[in-house]
Design a protein around this ligand. Structure first.
Ligand code: FUB
Length: 447
């Protein structure tokens, strides 16, 4: 009993207050499927790693051996519940293939069904091993999950997604060139109809990663598609889970940092819609090591989706007394601000903001100043020649709450100054450089 408890505690790692993008900061997490179960958000991403040496694997390709599940009550603090399914514990999966691609998870009658694609270890009737889609079942969203001994019969494809319609009928969507849909039986483990390719979607350029949701009687079929050189998120709308679907628009443009893939899921949580997607922010030179991100999603009155611009800031509030990493900014001046990794040998340690020109500014949104009023602000910075900053509220020319002289020197130093009265509530912070002497900032924090 004692050993089980300590093992459990070892597995559960709480990552505190890390809402800003990317949201998981100690491992790569791609293809983020988010679901709301029992009032909490659960994240089921795939798990990119670098190809381990000596396994005869391509160094330039996806490499994924298992899945973790994460949960959060506020989209800000994430708990890693550890590995739920691995290529080594699924009887039908080729355990040398490292091919555990984009998954999904859904609840029905108190059971949790985790759907995942992977390479099979035996050839099917067509003589091909290829991708199958399997299911693992649990009594709780975080597992333990028991994988079914065989993949779902009749599916050759990747990127499963399951929708349970209002009448209780479940549908599975997946991709393999086209996007397919089929009914699932009541047991959620078998097909109840022949998979059909969904027509009227773009015929040129790869389509994959279907993710379907319903809102106000409209069905949104969302998917990454290569319209130009790399994927972007597009969608079609229809009035039933099987269509017909009409191509409607683009949800998110191609990655500004050139991640070839894109992959999405959507939730409504506490009255706000969110888009989950991935980027290769922690691995700019290798886009098969991706990281999950979240941004808010809004609809127009006719039900169409407003385009989402990816942000570093992401979602959620940051407490004023926490380290406010302004490199996860919402907006910045066009010139005079750049970001660099704090440690290029460990990109998970994040970035520093480099401000280099008087008047340059960087804006970090949604800092929570409720509770006791702060008296001081600390700024962790380096400035070789010494420099000066202002901290303003709401916008670049908003009220100044602190003037901070950064002393000259080589190493990181925290400088504390008194702050003016800040009214209780949520404020945007803007850091403005007052001199032409460059300064590097790691974080700021109120006390
Ligand atoms: O993660 C591997 C594959 O890349 C996914 O299955 C696709 O959707 C793309 O994101």
């Amino acid at each position: 009993m004692k050993t089980t408890l300590s093992l459990f505690l070892l597995l559960v790692i709480t990552l505190s207050s890390l809402a800003q993008n990317p949201i998981i900061r100690d491992q790569f997490t791609a293809d983020p499927t988010a679901r709301v179960f029992n009032g909490k958000v659960y994240l089921y991403p795939s798990h990119d790693i670098l190809a381990p040496p000596g396994k005869n694997l391509r160094k330039d390709w996806f490499c994924m051996a298992d899945y973790h599940v994460f949960s959060s009550e506020n989209l800000t603090d994430w708990t890693d519940h550890g590995v739920i399914v691995s290529q080594n514990n699924v009887p039908w999966v080729d355990s040398t293939s490292y091919s555990m691609w984009a998954p999904d998870c859904i609840e029905k009658n108190g059971k949790y069904y985790f759907y995942f694609p992977a390479n099979k270890n035996t050839a099917g009737p067509n003589g091909r091993k290829g991708f199958g889609i399997g299911v693992a079942v649990a009594d709780k969203p975080e597992g333990p999950y028991i994988p079914q001994p065989e993949p779902i019969k009749g599916i050759f494809g990747i990127d499963p997604n399951v929708l349970i319609d209002k009448d209780g009928q479940a549908y599975i969507y997946y991709s393999m060139g086209n996007i397919f849909v089929a009914k699932l039986k009541e047991n959620m483990l078998e097909l109840d109809s022949e998979p059909k390719a969904i027509p009227d979607l773009p015929s040129k350029g790869l389509k994959e990663g279907p993710w379907v949701f319903e809102r106000n009687g409209m069905y949104y079929l969302t998917f990454p598609h290569v319209e130009n050189k790399i994927e972007r998120l597009e969608y079609a709308m229809g009035n039933s889970p099987v269509g017909p679907f009409k191509m409607t628009g683009v949800i998110m443009d191609e990655s500004p940092i050139n991640c070839w893939t894109s992959h999405q899921s959507f939730i409504e949580f506490k009255g706000q819609w969110y888009l989950f997607y991935h980027q290769n922010a922690y691995s700019p030179k290798f886009d098969k090591n991706r990281s999950s991100c979240i941004d808010s999603l809004f609809f127009n009155t006719d039900g169409t989706i407003r385009k989402v611009t990816p942000t570093n800031r992401g979602v959620g509030l940051t407490g004023a007394r926490q380290k406010i990493e302004i490199d996860r900014y919402r907006q910045k001046s066009e010139t005079g601000v750049s970001l660099l990794f704090l440690d290029s040998t460990n990109t998970f340690s994040g970035w520093k903001s480099i401000m280099s020109q008087s008047g340059a500014w960087i804006q970090y949104n949604a800092v929570d100043f409720s509770g006791r009023k702060p008296k001081k602000v600390q700024v962790m910075a380096i400035s070789e020649a010494g420099s000066a900053l202002q901290i303003r509220l709401e916008k670049a020319d908003g009220p100044v709450v602190a003037e901070v002289k950064i002393p000259g020197g080589q190493g990181w130093k925290s400088t504390g100054v008194r702050v003016k009265k800040i009214t209780s509530g949520v404020h945007n912070l803007v850091v403005v450089l007052k001199e032409d002497h460059p300064v590097e900032i790691d974080w700021i924090r109120f006390e």
